[in-house]
Design a protein. Sequence first.
Length: 226
Amino acid sequence: MKHVLCFGDSNTWGWDPVASAKLGRPTRHAPGVRWTGVAQRLLGAGVRVIEEGLNGRTTVHDDPLEEGRNGRTYLLPCLLSHQPIDIVVLMLGCNDLKTRFALPAGDIADGAAQLARSIQLSGTGPDGGAPRVLLVSPPPVADLKHLPELDAKFSGAAEKVRLLPPLYERAAKALGCAYLDCQQVVKGSRIDGLHLEAADHAKLGRAIADAVRGMTKGAGRGLRRS
Protein backbone atom coordinates (compact mmCIF):
# COMPACT_ATOMS: atom_id res chain seq x y z
CA MET A 1 0.00 0.00 0.00
CA LYS A 2 1.17 3.53 -0.83
CA HIS A 3 0.85 6.24 1.82
CA VAL A 4 0.16 9.81 0.67
CA LEU A 5 0.37 12.57 3.28
CA CYS A 6 -1.46 15.81 2.45
CA PHE A 7 0.14 18.68 4.38
CA GLY A 8 -1.68 21.97 4.03
CA ASP A 9 -3.88 24.68 5.49
CA SER A 10 -7.63 25.30 5.68
CA ASN A 11 -8.24 24.13 2.12
CA THR A 12 -6.74 20.77 3.08
CA TRP A 13 -8.67 20.82 6.36
CA GLY A 14 -11.76 21.26 4.20
CA TRP A 15 -13.15 24.68 5.18
CA ASP A 16 -16.62 25.01 3.69
CA PRO A 17 -17.16 28.71 2.83
CA VAL A 18 -20.91 28.34 2.38
CA ALA A 19 -21.63 26.56 5.66
CA SER A 20 -19.06 28.61 7.58
CA ALA A 21 -20.68 31.87 6.47
CA LYS A 22 -24.15 30.57 7.32
CA LEU A 23 -23.25 29.23 10.76
CA GLY A 24 -20.74 31.91 11.70
CA ARG A 25 -18.00 29.42 12.65
CA PRO A 26 -15.41 27.26 10.87
CA THR A 27 -17.25 24.32 9.29
CA ARG A 28 -15.78 21.52 7.17
CA HIS A 29 -16.96 19.90 4.02
CA ALA A 30 -17.92 16.25 4.59
CA PRO A 31 -14.97 13.84 4.34
CA GLY A 32 -16.06 12.52 0.95
CA VAL A 33 -16.46 16.05 -0.43
CA ARG A 34 -13.01 17.31 0.59
CA TRP A 35 -10.35 17.03 -2.09
CA THR A 36 -8.47 14.54 0.06
CA GLY A 37 -11.55 12.32 0.16
CA VAL A 38 -12.07 12.68 -3.58
CA ALA A 39 -8.45 11.70 -4.22
CA GLN A 40 -8.78 8.71 -1.87
CA ARG A 41 -11.84 7.46 -3.72
CA LEU A 42 -10.17 7.80 -7.11
CA LEU A 43 -6.87 6.26 -6.04
CA GLY A 44 -8.56 3.23 -4.50
CA ALA A 45 -7.70 0.73 -1.83
CA GLY A 46 -4.03 0.51 -2.79
CA VAL A 47 -3.39 4.05 -1.55
CA ARG A 48 -3.98 5.57 1.89
CA VAL A 49 -4.53 9.34 1.81
CA ILE A 50 -3.69 11.02 5.12
CA GLU A 51 -5.18 14.46 5.87
CA GLU A 52 -2.96 16.93 7.71
CA GLY A 53 -4.65 20.30 7.22
CA LEU A 54 -4.65 23.16 9.74
CA ASN A 55 -6.51 26.45 9.48
CA GLY A 56 -4.07 29.36 9.28
CA ARG A 57 -0.95 27.24 8.72
CA THR A 58 1.96 29.12 7.15
CA THR A 59 5.04 27.75 5.44
CA VAL A 60 7.80 28.71 7.89
CA HIS A 61 6.47 31.69 9.87
CA ASP A 62 5.26 32.08 13.44
CA ASP A 63 1.94 33.90 13.46
CA PRO A 64 1.92 36.60 16.17
CA LEU A 65 -1.85 36.24 16.63
CA GLU A 66 -2.47 32.51 16.13
CA GLU A 67 -0.30 30.03 17.99
CA GLY A 68 0.95 26.81 16.43
CA ARG A 69 0.56 27.77 12.79
CA ASN A 70 4.20 27.47 11.68
CA GLY A 71 4.33 24.61 9.18
CA ARG A 72 8.06 24.05 9.67
CA THR A 73 7.67 23.47 13.41
CA TYR A 74 5.12 20.69 12.99
CA LEU A 75 6.36 19.13 9.75
CA LEU A 76 8.99 16.69 11.05
CA PRO A 77 6.88 15.36 13.96
CA CYS A 78 4.04 14.90 11.48
CA LEU A 79 6.25 12.98 9.06
CA LEU A 80 7.66 10.82 11.83
CA SER A 81 4.21 9.99 13.17
CA HIS A 82 2.98 8.75 9.79
CA GLN A 83 6.11 7.10 8.39
CA PRO A 84 6.75 5.34 6.09
CA ILE A 85 5.35 7.88 3.62
CA ASP A 86 5.61 7.43 -0.13
CA ILE A 87 4.39 10.87 -1.26
CA VAL A 88 3.80 14.19 0.48
CA VAL A 89 1.35 16.57 -1.18
CA LEU A 90 2.50 20.00 0.04
CA MET A 91 0.02 22.84 -0.49
CA LEU A 92 0.88 25.90 1.60
CA GLY A 93 1.42 29.61 1.03
CA CYS A 94 -2.05 31.14 1.18
CA ASN A 95 -1.68 32.30 4.80
CA ASP A 96 1.76 33.75 4.03
CA LEU A 97 -0.20 36.29 1.94
CA LYS A 98 -1.60 37.91 5.09
CA THR A 99 -0.84 41.60 5.42
CA ARG A 100 0.83 41.13 8.81
CA PHE A 101 3.64 39.05 7.27
CA ALA A 102 4.36 41.56 4.46
CA LEU A 103 6.16 38.92 2.40
CA PRO A 104 7.10 39.27 -1.25
CA ALA A 105 6.02 36.41 -3.50
CA GLY A 106 9.58 35.09 -3.75
CA ASP A 107 9.84 34.66 0.01
CA ILE A 108 6.57 32.72 0.09
CA ALA A 109 7.85 30.35 -2.59
CA ASP A 110 11.16 30.01 -0.74
CA GLY A 111 9.28 29.02 2.41
CA ALA A 112 7.45 26.28 0.54
CA ALA A 113 10.75 25.14 -0.97
CA GLN A 114 12.31 24.89 2.49
CA LEU A 115 9.53 22.56 3.57
CA ALA A 116 9.89 20.45 0.44
CA ARG A 117 13.61 20.11 1.09
CA SER A 118 12.97 19.16 4.72
CA ILE A 119 10.66 16.39 3.54
CA GLN A 120 13.35 15.10 1.19
CA LEU A 121 15.88 15.02 4.02
CA SER A 122 13.53 13.54 6.63
CA GLY A 123 14.28 9.86 6.09
CA THR A 124 10.58 9.09 6.57
CA GLY A 125 10.03 7.34 3.25
CA PRO A 126 10.00 3.59 2.62
CA ASP A 127 13.12 1.85 3.97
CA GLY A 128 14.30 5.10 5.51
CA GLY A 129 14.48 6.87 2.18
CA ALA A 130 12.97 10.15 1.10
CA PRO A 131 9.27 10.63 0.44
CA ARG A 132 8.55 12.10 -2.97
CA VAL A 133 7.00 15.57 -2.96
CA LEU A 134 4.13 16.97 -4.99
CA LEU A 135 4.42 20.73 -4.58
CA VAL A 136 1.09 22.48 -5.19
CA SER A 137 0.91 26.25 -5.61
CA PRO A 138 -1.84 28.01 -3.61
CA PRO A 139 -5.28 28.51 -5.16
CA PRO A 140 -6.33 31.91 -6.47
CA VAL A 141 -7.79 34.53 -4.17
CA ALA A 142 -11.11 36.03 -5.30
CA ASP A 143 -12.37 39.56 -4.75
CA LEU A 144 -12.64 40.36 -1.02
CA LYS A 145 -14.02 43.89 -1.24
CA HIS A 146 -17.41 42.76 0.12
CA LEU A 147 -15.62 41.64 3.30
CA PRO A 148 -13.68 44.74 4.45
CA GLU A 149 -12.03 43.15 7.49
CA LEU A 150 -10.84 40.12 5.53
CA ASP A 151 -9.80 42.35 2.65
CA ALA A 152 -7.58 44.34 5.02
CA LYS A 153 -6.12 41.13 6.45
CA PHE A 154 -5.23 39.93 2.93
CA SER A 155 -4.49 43.27 1.29
CA GLY A 156 -3.03 42.73 -2.19
CA ALA A 157 -3.30 38.95 -1.92
CA ALA A 158 -5.29 38.47 -5.12
CA GLU A 159 -2.51 40.06 -7.15
CA LYS A 160 0.40 38.53 -5.25
CA VAL A 161 -0.94 34.97 -5.39
CA ARG A 162 -0.89 35.13 -9.20
CA LEU A 163 2.89 35.53 -9.02
CA LEU A 164 3.37 32.27 -7.13
CA PRO A 165 2.85 29.47 -9.72
CA PRO A 166 6.03 30.10 -11.77
CA LEU A 167 8.04 30.55 -8.57
CA TYR A 168 6.71 27.29 -7.14
CA GLU A 169 7.36 25.54 -10.43
CA ARG A 170 10.95 26.77 -10.45
CA ALA A 171 11.44 25.55 -6.89
CA ALA A 172 9.96 22.16 -7.77
CA LYS A 173 12.30 21.78 -10.74
CA ALA A 174 15.32 22.74 -8.64
CA LEU A 175 14.43 20.16 -6.00
CA GLY A 176 13.29 17.41 -8.38
CA CYS A 177 9.72 17.54 -7.05
CA ALA A 178 6.50 17.02 -8.91
CA TYR A 179 4.47 20.18 -9.39
CA LEU A 180 0.82 21.11 -9.82
CA ASP A 181 -0.47 24.61 -10.56
CA CYS A 182 -3.62 24.74 -8.45
CA GLN A 183 -4.67 28.00 -10.09
CA GLN A 184 -5.25 26.21 -13.39
CA VAL A 185 -7.67 23.85 -11.64
CA VAL A 186 -9.78 25.78 -9.11
CA LYS A 187 -10.99 29.24 -8.12
CA GLY A 188 -11.61 30.84 -4.74
CA SER A 189 -15.17 30.99 -3.44
CA ARG A 190 -17.14 34.15 -4.17
CA ILE A 191 -18.39 33.96 -0.57
CA ASP A 192 -15.08 34.39 1.25
CA GLY A 193 -12.55 34.61 -1.59
CA LEU A 194 -10.11 32.16 -0.03
CA HIS A 195 -11.67 28.73 0.33
CA LEU A 196 -12.86 26.10 -2.10
CA GLU A 197 -16.47 25.19 -2.64
CA ALA A 198 -17.52 21.58 -3.17
CA ALA A 199 -17.21 21.60 -6.97
CA ASP A 200 -13.64 22.87 -6.76
CA HIS A 201 -12.73 20.27 -4.14
CA ALA A 202 -13.85 17.67 -6.68
CA LYS A 203 -11.68 19.24 -9.40
CA LEU A 204 -8.64 19.47 -7.15
CA GLY A 205 -9.08 15.93 -5.88
CA ARG A 206 -9.12 14.63 -9.46
CA ALA A 207 -6.04 16.65 -10.41
CA ILE A 208 -4.07 15.48 -7.41
CA ALA A 209 -5.14 11.87 -7.91
CA ASP A 210 -3.88 12.10 -11.50
CA ALA A 211 -0.59 13.58 -10.33
CA VAL A 212 -0.11 10.91 -7.67
CA ARG A 213 -0.78 8.18 -10.24
CA GLY A 214 1.89 9.68 -12.45
CA MET A 215 4.36 9.78 -9.59
CA THR A 216 3.77 6.16 -8.64
CA LYS A 217 4.46 5.23 -12.26
CA GLY A 218 7.73 7.11 -12.16
CA ALA A 219 6.45 10.00 -14.27
CA GLY A 220 5.97 12.57 -11.57
CA ARG A 221 8.67 15.16 -12.12
CA GLY A 222 7.53 18.54 -13.30
CA LEU A 223 3.85 17.63 -13.48
CA ARG A 224 1.80 20.57 -14.63
CA ARG A 225 -1.91 20.92 -15.16
CA SER A 226 -2.68 22.43 -18.56
